[in-house]
Ligand binder design. Structure first.
Ligand code: GUN
Length: 286
């Protein structure tokens, strides 16, 4: 039997609609319009597409959006000064520095991201937010892994007590997702490049999340019958061809539910960012 395909579009629309209603409530209750500032340094074409998409989604939901475009040769000091200014700006509730930063300042990425006020850190990358997630008190959580959980919830797929396996241990996806699934009482294994018997471990998963950045790493034989497969990978294998980390055609014959790439869980990332902006605005109004 072929798997249920979990298309992101419908779920993203639901999340955005609930964020839009929350924005209205904040306006009515506090007289405040939530505001997001996105800083983009340089002219990375993929980053420009992502930033435009964030800006457009803010406008749809009634969130104030400020795009701060800084030149490729921006110094660390200039960028830190801009973040300080936005931290002090009462009309801005969320700050996001689009990654990757240009090569000249990339090595300072941590110092730059850590300058963002944790209450405005809508990426959830600040060590204060990471620490709160680890101790089971999540505040602002990274958008892509939060989107994975939201998708499972909206699809009616139970997490509690399930055997979950994550392939990938990045700070943006794998590690935060480990904590989010654990907080929801799954039994979670994180696999990575040094994992032995990857296929055997993956086959134990009732929820399998692929976030390795390797096209077709997950083959049909690595999937348990009826498992839910969430593919977080976005790999460009030709100028106009994006694929995930999962061999979709083989996997859909074995899995119970599966997300496509493109059009799957990736669409929830911007929706979850909007939810974080609303949450950040509430944190600052309280
Ligand atoms: N570039 C690619 N993904 C992300 C993300 O989640 N946050 C930021 N700030 N930049 C990114």
């Amino acid at each position: 039997m072929s798997a249920r395909i979990l298309y992101g579009k419908e779920f993203a629309a639901q999340i955005k609609e609930s964020a839009r209603l929350e924005v209205e409530k904040i306006k009515n209750n506090f007289g405040v319009t939530p505001g997001l500032a996105v800083i983009i340094v340089g002219e990375n074409p993929a980053s420009q597409v992502y930033v435009r998409n964030k800006h457009k989604t803010c406008e749809e939901l009634g969130i104030v959006s400020e795009v701060v475009a800084m030149p490729e040769d921006t110094t660390k000091e200039n960028l830190l000064a801009k973040i300080d200014e936005l931290n002090a700006d009462k009309n801005i509730h969320g700050i996001l520095v689009q990654l990757p930063l240009p090569a000249a300042i990339k090595a300072h990425s941590d110092e730059i991201l850590n300058r963002i006020d944790p209450k405005k850190d809508v990426d959830g990358f600040h060590p204060v937010n990471v620490g709160n997630l680890v101790i089971g008190n999540p505040q602002l959580v990274p958008c892509t892994p939060a989107g994975c959980i939201e998708m499972l919830d909206l699809a009616g797929i139970e997490i509690d007590g399930k055997r979950a396996v994550i392939i990938g241990r990045s700070n943006i996806v794998g590690k935060p997702l480990f904590h989010l699934l654990l907080a929801r009482h799954a039994t979670v294994t994180v696999c990575h490049t040094h994992t032995k018997n990857l296929a055997e471990i993956a086959r134990e998963a009732e929820i399998l999340v692929a976030a390795s950045g390797k096209p077709n790493l997950v083959t049909g034989d690595m999937i348990r019958e009826g498992a839910t497969v969430i593919d977080v990978g976005i790999n460009r294998i030709a100028p106009k061809k994006l694929v995930g980390d999962v061999d979709f055609d083989a996997a859909k014959e074995i899995a119970g539910a599966i997300t496509p790439v493109p059009g799957g869980v990736g669409l929830l990332t911007v929706a979850m960012l909007m939810k974080n902006v609303v949450k950040a605005a509430k944190l600052q109004c309280a």
